[in-house]
Design a protein around this ligand. Structure first.
Ligand code: 13P
Length: 258
């Protein structure tokens, strides 16, 4: 069964309230046993945030990692280093890495191998640009992103895929619930067609792109996704925890969990 996730991607930002304050608030909040909460801070904060969260079910994620395990690669951070600092998962192929830092599907595949070798959970990010959507090529584009990852996922049982349309990231223009439902279907088909069956059945699919406490109810009501990858609204503990509450409230209304 796919797990539910809520992931905070701070990108290259600090929460205005301060990382320690943010973590304290999230730690003190009522836990939602049905949702795995992850905070993905910039690299220099990972060890600090991990130390503050010791003993809490909240997990730590890296925002990226090197394709390599060691070497003369100034500025790079290996997956094993992230793990040793307390991370349990890593975002791979975020669209900002793909578009701003030239990460191709091939580089993403090599990073996935590095993540598997470090026994971390990959959060593979996929998503189309506005042009691709306008040209009606979304399904084919996502299929290529998904199929190119197939041989690099190791033998993990826990794999997360985040569908983040590029045009929805940081724009305040989230994908509509019907658009998400219509895209997640072909994503699951692409996964079933190219990934081992065991991975396909356990795969959690998240949505990311202008997720806020205001739109969480309608986004979550699709029932098509297993959680959210949140950027801007994850920088404020109150807003981040409202999203978590929104996930829990709807589950309670639907009678499907705590
Ligand atoms: P926003 O929530 O700011 O749109 O960012 C989404 C994202 O890129 C999360 O990885």
């Amino acid at each position: 069964m796919p797990k539910h996730y809520l992931i905070a991607n701070w990108k290259m930002n600090r929460p205005p309230e301060g990382a320690d304050q943010f973590v304290e608030k999230v730690r003190a909040a009522a836990p939602d046993p049905a949702t795995t909460v992850v905070i993905a801070p910039p690299f220099p904060f990972i060890a600090q945030v991990a130390a503050s969260l010791r003993g809490s079910p909240v997990r730590i994620g890296g925002q990226s990692c090197s394709t390599e395990s060691r070497g003369a690669l100034t500025g790079e951070v290996s997956a094993a280093m992230l793990r040793d600092c307390g991370a349990t998962c890593v975002l791979v192929g975020h669209s900002e890495r793909r578009t701003l830092f030239g990460e191709t599907n091939e580089i993403v595949a090599r990073k996935l191998t590095a993540v598997a070798e470090a026994s971390l959970v990959p959060v593979l990010c996929v998503g189309e640009s506005a042009d691709i959507r306008d040209r009606g090529e979304v399904v084919q584009f996502l299929h290529e992103q998904i199929a190119s990852a197939a041989g690099s996922l190791g033998d993990s049982d826990e794999i997360v895929l985040a569908y983040e349309p590029i045009w929805a990231i940081g724009t305040g223009r989230n994908a509509t619930p019907s658009m998400i439902a219509a895209t997640v279907g072909p994503i699951r088909e692409a996964v079933r067609a190219s990934w081992p069956e065991r991975m396909a059945s356990n795969l959690s699919i998240l949505y990311g792109g202008s997720v806020t406490p205001e739109n969480i109810d309608s986004l979550w009501s699709t029932g098509a996704i297993d959680g959210f990858l949140v950027g801007g609204a994850s920088l404020d503990s109150g807003r981040f925890l409202s999203i978590l509450d929104g996930m829990r409230d709807r589950r309670v209304q639907a009678g499907t969990g705590s």
